[in-house]
Structure formats: C-alpha cells, structure tokens
Design a protein around this ligand. Structure first.
Ligand code: F6P
Length: 511
C-alpha cells in the first residue's frame, strides 16, 4: 500500500460541489441505504488497484437466521483479476445483488470487498430500469424497444455517484482504478473530479452502438463525458471503439485523431481489448474423469442420440434463442433432422422482474412446448429445455456432451459460451455454429458463421456443422483452440492494464 492519500477533505468537498452543479444530484452523506447515515471520508491510505463493477464477485448465502455468509462466485472477471488483485493489493467495489444496506467491507478469498447498497427503489429505477430497460436494449441494436424515463436517469446518476465516491475512498494515491461496464458509465468522470491523481480505465463488456442508435439517448452527451473521465476506454471490438469515437465527435463535439479523443487538456484513448476466458482452467475441468463420466451419463439420459445440439444462454432476447428454436423446429418438420438429433437448451434465469424478460420466457416456452408436442415421443422429447443455472463442472460436462454448439445471438459484445465450448473440447472434436453479430465471431475463425435473422441460412449451417467430417471438424477446432488458449483472460487483463500504464502520469489539477 501507498502512504497517506492525497486529496485533503476540502479538495473532496470542492469536487463534491462541482459534481452537484454538473449532475444536479449528489450524495455525499447517506451513502448507505435503509436509514443508516454515514459521512464517509477518505481513509488515510488505500488500495493500489481498485475494481469497480456493478456486482461483487460473491453471492450472499443465508447461513442462519442472523448470520450472512458469502460464497465466492467464480465469474470470468474475477478469475481474470484475482491474481492481479492479490499482487497489487486490490479492492473490489460492487453491489451484492439484492436490495438493502451495504454490508460492511470484508475480505473474501484474499480480496477486499466493498459493497454498495441499493434501496428497493434504486434496484427498480437504476438496475431494472436505466440499466436493463434503457441501456441494455439501446446498446444491443434496439432488439427490444428501449424506454427513456427521467426518474431512471436520476437514479443512474445517484448510484454512479455512490460507486465513484466509494472508489475515491478506497484508492491509494496514484492508484489504478478499473471501472466496468454500461451500468457505471458516469463513474470515470465523477471519480476524476473527486481524485485527479488516479489512473482510470474503463471497459465496456457489451457492444457500443452506432451513433444513429446512440443518438436516441436523451442523456447521450452526459454518458460520453462520463466515459471520457477515463484515461483508457476498452471495448470488445474495434467497431465498438469506432462507434464511441464517433459519439465523442457528434454528441460531445470533441475532436478525435485515430483512436484518441482530445478532451480539453486530456487525451483519452479508445481501443479494442476482446475479453477472454481462463481456457487452461476450464480445459483442466473438462479433462477430469468425473466430468467426462457425467458427459457420458447426460447422453445416456437423452437416450444415446446420434447427435446432440447444445444451446447455453442467459434467457435474454439478445441471444437469439427463438430464432434458433425456429430453425431447429423447421429442420425437424422438413425431416432434415430426425429423432437421432436432440437439442439441449439451457436458458438460465435472468432479470426476471424486467417485463421484456418475462415476455421472452413465455415465448420461448411456448415454442419449446410446440416442438416437443409435435415431434416428441414418450420419454424422448426433441428439446431438453432447462430454465436453470448450473455450476461450472456441470457446464463443462454439457460442453463435452454437445456435438454441435449453437451460439446465435442477434447482438452480443463477446459471448464467452462460444469460447468455453472450444476450451472444453480437448480432443478437438465438436463444431461451433456462431452468429456473426457476436464479438467472438471476429476471433473464432473455425466456426460456422450465421446470420441468425436468416433462418434458412442458419438451418443450412446447422446441417453443415452436424455433418462435417471429423477431419474438417478437427481442423476448425484446432484453429479456434489456438486462439482461445493464446489470448486468454490473463492476456486480456494484462494488455488492458499495460496500455493503461503507458498513459502519462496524471498531473493533478489537469482534469
Ligand atoms: O456485461 C453483461 C453483464 O452485465 C454481465 O457482466 C453479466 O454476467 C450479465 O450481463 C448479467 O448481468 P446482471 O445479472 O447483473 O444483470
């Protein structure tokens, strides 16, 4: 850890006043919800590396009536950042995932965790509203119509401010702060106003839309300015970075040159850093005898079909699940696929209180019911549909059990399921049908690429993938495995942080 932190409290107060003027809402006191008022101040020292993400990398587990425990949730981001966090003395700021006051900061698996509390109204207006009913559909090509509600925006400002404030409190002098994703786009700007000694990076995990779509957002300029508080902006694909650069020119009227935005006294770089997985760790799980045995058991439970098609998604309208089911249903109806080819469709529950997600669930389940009703035999449904989430080992077994992986989003920042499937196929068998509208399509050259809107084209691709010769399948899989193992999550995190480190030292006062 570094020594005493730089900004004196009057500097913080000054920044607070200027933020209040800019954003209209500011919460300096009352950072906790549900009645606990605290007047937090910067601590005397802090952490050299601070991750700010909408969620904490743990799940709350209720042990007993009066005791709350936390279970490590090994998501991609925490896997990537864990080693760095330990080495650099890191803290992670995030929301525990339910309404209520923030838990006291705590240590879990060697990481210092700082919870941000959200009230029930903020969960509704910030998380379900602005994040998942405005920004999510807007940033995914308006597949569902985004709703623009001013109280949701106000909640977004308030909650982003709370995250920024917590980051300002936790970061040591000159620390690196890495902010993540669309839920927290105002944090870089707010944080810079609180602490101009920090190096700030931001990574957007989802697509950044073309300007014609982004321009619909009533608060487009505020979002662009918020993001430009960072020194480095990371996007999944070059196309996303290019879209952002255009937004900086059009929405904020700022000049750009190459990948750099000239934002007053500061230059901000926008570039692509495609996110990845811990391929070696997953491959290791898939090599385990118990996992392979479970994969054999899964196929047995399905009645030993000749071929297993597999879809694994969060139940989200961006994932193209309905299009995929339509293609599979038509292939069965036309007799191009018969009972020897079954489909496993895992659709894990997500954002269940948001209306579009409730509607989607109904639609998907009606389609599954129709196909199963039409083509099923007793004890042998064509689609094994699971509206559940599974632990990692079971996922690996499913990946091993699937001959053809169907990843058909209408839009997806990256899609890590595609990479996970490839990582698990240690024997180089299997085939991947992949939507060209995913970030993964830029990298996985051995996939059978599809436009999911073109149902006939998708049907042909499924047949080609299902009937590909073992030799050709191996050739394709080898190409994809090389990519997934060479460009793994450690490479992703290191290349982002190395690029961030190249940014000249912050000069306090030059905001
Ligand atoms: O980047 C998209 C993302 O926020 C992921 O980080 C996350 O796994 C997924 O969407 C679901 O997010 P949540 O459950 O927080 O809405």
């Amino acid at each position: 850890m570094y020594g005493p932190v730089a900004p004196a409290s009057d500097a913080l107060d000054k920044a607070t006043t200027s933020l209040a003027a800019r954003y209209g809402t500011f919460v300096c006191e009352d950072l906790n919800v549900a009645g606990t008022t605290t007047n937090r101040r910067l601590t005397a020292d802090g952490y050299d590396f601070v991750v700010v993400a909408s969620r904490l990398p743990v799940d709350r587990v209720e042990d007993t009536a009066d005791k709350t425990g936390w279970r490590h949730s090994p998501g991609g981001l925490v896997t990537a950042l864990e080693p760095i966090m330990r080495k650099m003395d890191g803290a992670w700021i995030g929301w525990p995932g339910d309404a209520g006051p923030a838990p006291e900061p705590f240590e879990e698996s060697g990481i210092h965790l700082v919870g941000i509390g959200l009230s029930a109204e903020e969960v509704r207006d910030f998380y379900e509203g602005m994040c998942n009913a405005t920004l999510w559909p807007l940033y995914h090509d308006v597949i569902a119509p985004p709703a623009f509600r001013r109280p949701w925006w106000d909640a977004y400002v308030t909650v982003n401010q709370r995250f920024a404030q917590a980051a300002a409190e936790q970061a040591a002098k000159g620390a690196t702060v890495w902010v993540h994703d669309y839920q927290l786009q105002l944090v870089p700007g707010m944080l810079r106003e609180l602490r101009d000694d920090l190096r700030i990076g931001f990574f957007n995990h989802i697509p950044f839309p073309g300007y014609e779509i982004f321009a619909q957002l009533p608060w487009r300029r505020r979002i662009v300015e918020g993001l430009l508080g960072a020194d480095l902006l990371g996007f999944q694909r070059q196309a996303d970075a290019t879209n952002f650069l255009r937004a900086a020119r059009r929405a904020a009227g700022l000049p750009t040159k190459g990948s750099v935005v000239h934002a007053g006294a500061r230059d901000v770089r926008a570039a692509s850093f495609p996110i990845a997985i811990d391929a070696a760790a997953l491959a290791e799980i898939a090599r385990r005898e118990d996992v392979k045995e479970r994969a054999r058991e899964i196929r047995q439970l399905l009645g030993q079909p000749e071929r297993v098609l597999l879809g694994i998604d969060r139940l989200d309208y961006t994932k193209g699940i309905r299009h995929r089911l339509k293609a599979y249903g038509e292939l069965r109806r036309e007799g191009r696929l018969g009972p020897e080819t079954v489909l496993i469709q895992v659709a894990s529950p997500s954002r269940e209180r948001v209306e579009q997600y409730r509607l989607l669930r109904d639609e998907v389940e009606v389609i599954v019911g129709r196909i199963n009703g039409e083509f099923g035999e007793l004890g042998n449904p064509p689609i094994n549909y699971l509206h559940q989430s599974f632990p990692r080992d079971e996922m690996a077994a499913l990946y091993l059990a699937g001959d053809v992986m169907l990843v058909t989003p209408l839009r997806d920042g990256m899609n890590l399921v595609a990479k996970e499937y490839v990582a698990c196929r240690n024997d180089e068998s299997g085939a991947l049908v992949l939507s060209e509208f995913t970030g993964a399509a830029d990298e996985l050259n051995g996939a059978f690429l599809v436009n999911p809107h073109d149902i006939d084209g998708m049907k042909d691709a499924i047949i080609r993938a299902a009937t590909v010769s073992p030799r050709e399948a191996r050739r394709r899989m080898r190409v994809m495995r090389r990519r997934v193992f060479d460009y793994d999550v450690a490479h992703w995190a290191t290349s982002f942080l190395d690029t961030l480190r190249e940014v000249p030292e912050p000069v306090p006062g030059r905001a």
